[in-house]
Design a protein around this ligand. Structure first.
Ligand code: 5GP
Ligand code: MG
Length: 179
């Protein structure tokens, strides 16, 4: 792992807050006639976004579940071979499911999750991500809720890591090599 340092801030804490408000407003509008929703948070990166998001939801019954995904091969490249681990009692069938991701890059992870969950007959299934890098997409996938689109840069903070560090930053930053 290369030594890296923060090069610049891409989104301040205030800007991130505003993005989460916009996403939650849209979800609240779309689910205004629903009584319950299950948020499936994809660990670890989405944990901060999911925590902020659920506290803004006005749907009466919000359940929170966690899953972990991993892709084979090099750690920095999505191989397309995604494994999913469920944590706790995740009930998909007949429930309104919103999968919450930190960032969508190639789209491999989310596409695999869509295949797995749709085969379990949810009442509805939607996908939500805080960040999206559409220029990196290698599979065709329509994401229902996107916080903000970003250029092809590696970002950290607000749950996103580089080698398990930087997740705790309240802002989002771009790294550069520390020479
Ligand atoms: P994909 O959409 O390619 O299957 O994979 C998305 C995953 O790649 C994300 O959940 C995240 O773990 C990782 N990832 C993609 N882009 C970035 C980035 O800019 N920063 C960080 N920290 N992780 C990223
Ligand atoms: Mg992830």
């Amino acid at each position: 792992m290369k030594n890296m340092k923060i090069k610049s801030v891409m989104f301040t804490e205030t800007e991130l807050n505003e993005i989460v408000n916009q996403v939650s407003d849209r979800i609240n509008q779309d689910y205004k006639d629903e009584d319950s929703v299950t948020i499936v948070c994809v660990l670890t990166g989405a944990v901060i976004f999911a925590s902020d998001l659920i506290r803004r939801l006005s749907i009466p019954n919000v359940k929170l579940n966690f899953i972990r995904t991993s892709s084979y091969g090099k750690s920095d490249v999505s191989s397309g071979n995604v494994k999913v681990f469920e944590l706790g009692n995740l009930e998909i069938t007949d429930n309104n499911i919103i999968v919450v991701e930190d960032i969508i890059d190639t789209g491999n992870t989310i596409k695999k999750l869509a295949e797995i969950f749709s085969s379990q007959n949810p009442k509805s299934l939607k996908f939500c991500t805080m960040f999206d890098k559409p220029s990196r997409r290698t599979v065709d996938f329509d994401v229902d809720y996107v916080g903000v689109e970003i250029p092809d840069e590696f970002i950290v903070g607000y749950g996103l890591d580089y080698g398990e560090i930087y997740r705790q930053l309240p802002y989002v930053a771009v790294l550069c090599e520390d020479n």
